[in-house]
Design a protein around this ligand. Structure first.
Ligand code: FES
Length: 98
């Protein structure tokens, strides 16, 4: 069981949120639909953060999954070790022909 989320990317995802729309932010870092949940968290002990956008406009959702203000980036990604790897390539990349 995973207790620490994977780093999907070392920076935020820029999104255009729509007021009143419900979103499901991936907190485990395993989703292939970043920054949205695709159900990959099953079995990890982690769960997506569901939220409704308070207003329409640009937002920066955390990609490193270490933010202190989920689902939004708070700059914590700047403190990550340059050597700490992001998650492995997506399944579609791994299955691509050579
Ligand atoms: S991307 Fe995670 S804190 Fe910025």
């Amino acid at each position: 069981m995973t207790t620490e989320p994977e780093i999907a990317q070392k920076g935020p995802y820029e999104l255009d949120l729509i007021e009143g729309k419900r979103y499901h932010w991936c907190s485990c870092g395993l989703s292939l639909r970043q920054p949205h949940c695709d159900g990959s968290h099953r079995g990890t002990g982690l769960r997506p953060l569901n939220f409704t956008a308070a207003e329409t406009g640009k937002a920066w959702l955390c990609g490193c999954k270490r933010t202190g203000t989920p689902p939004f980036c708070d700059g914590t990604h700047n403190k990550l070790s340059k050597r700490k790897p992001c998650r492995p390539p997506s399944r579609s990349v791994l299955n691509a022909p050579h």
